[in-house]
Design a protein around this ligand. Sequence first.
Ligand code: HEC
Length: 112
Amino acid sequence: MKKIGLVLVVASLWLAANVLAQQQGDIFEALHCGGCHKSDVSAASPSLKEIAGAYQAKEDQLVKYLKGEAGSIVWPADGNLMKRAIEKTKALSDGGRKALADFIMGHGAHGE
Ligand code: HEC
């Protein structure tokens, strides 16, 4: 009986983690960020992997950037291309911005 309980707890934790990752990704999709940013291939825009690498151990700074309170560090010369997207991320709740930052950071070397 104990074993079944443990299996259920593990299964529901696994499910919760997946639902969370899904919701984080939903914000990214809902704001149309994926039209420019791919997971791991940088082209006209840096990939999420490249962004996560640049912000490694600096997620707080990434959250500030998404709030419009910090400058860009990845491709600063192209920073104006993010102006409209930043207007959208500024309008998110603090929790929404954190979830979005978590989603981006999940593409770094220690994520996934
Ligand atoms: C029109 C294309 C486009 C869209 C849409 C877009 N981005 Fe970007 N993004 C770029 C480009 C180009 C850069 C590189 C400029 C830079 O680093 O400042 C960039 C850079 C970034 C960076 C790195 C900033 C830094 O410090 O340099 C983050 C984080 C980011 N985008 C997140 C997002 C999110 C979240 C969304 C959706 C709300 C989004 N982007 C939508 C083109 C886009």
